[in-house]
Design a protein around this ligand. Structure first.
Ligand SMILES: [Zn+2]
Length: 161
């Protein structure tokens, strides 16, 4: 059982509170490149997991948020996600976003291709539908009459104990 923390840093221009849009109505799909710790296969196709899916683990009276059968060794691998109560507010400061308790998989890389939100410090407006695949995002806040943006987004997956 390996527990990981997904953390991120960014440089913010006139925005605060950057975070994934991750609610029951709009679950964030966390996408990872994973490696099976049993047979050491690195899976080329990323896998997606969210906090709200529930799967029963075979042979256990327990549930996980993500269940996956390794195509090489056919063993069942699973993970459970916990959103940590943090938002990215400070430039360049690595902020823990998500805890992922895994069984049988190693998380190699995070691919941020779902929706993020933040708040404009010019108008206090919440801005959604932000994509960070390219590691940056820029817009003009009409209400606040100024530029808003996010750049130098860096993701890290660290082992927790
Ligand atoms: Zn395997």
């Amino acid at each position: 059982m390996l527990t990981y923390i997904l953390q991120a840093s960014a440089v913010l221009k006139n925005v605060t509170g950057l975070q994934p849009v991750d609610t029951m109505a709009y679950p964030f799909d966390y996408k990872f490149i994973v490696k099976c710790t049993g047979c050491k296969t690195e899976h080329n196709n990323p896998v997606e997991m969210n906090r709200f899916d529930k799967f029963e683990i075979t042979g256990f009276r327990r549930e996980a948020n993500f269940l996956f059968k390794c195509r090489e060794c056919r063993r069942e691998r699973y993970a459970t996600l916990t959103r940590l109560p943090n938002k990215i507010d400070q430039d360049g400061c690595q902020t823990p976003i998500l805890k992922i308790s895994t069984h049988g998989i190693e998380l190699l890389e995070f691919i941020p291709d779902d929706q993020f939100e933040c708040q404009s410090s010019l108008s206090q407006r919440v801005i959604q539908e932000i994509g960070l695949e390219e590691g940056e995002w820029y817009d003009f806040d009409e209400e606040g009459n100024g530029d808003v943006g996010i750049h130098d987004v860096k993701w890290e997956i660290v082992l927790s104990r």
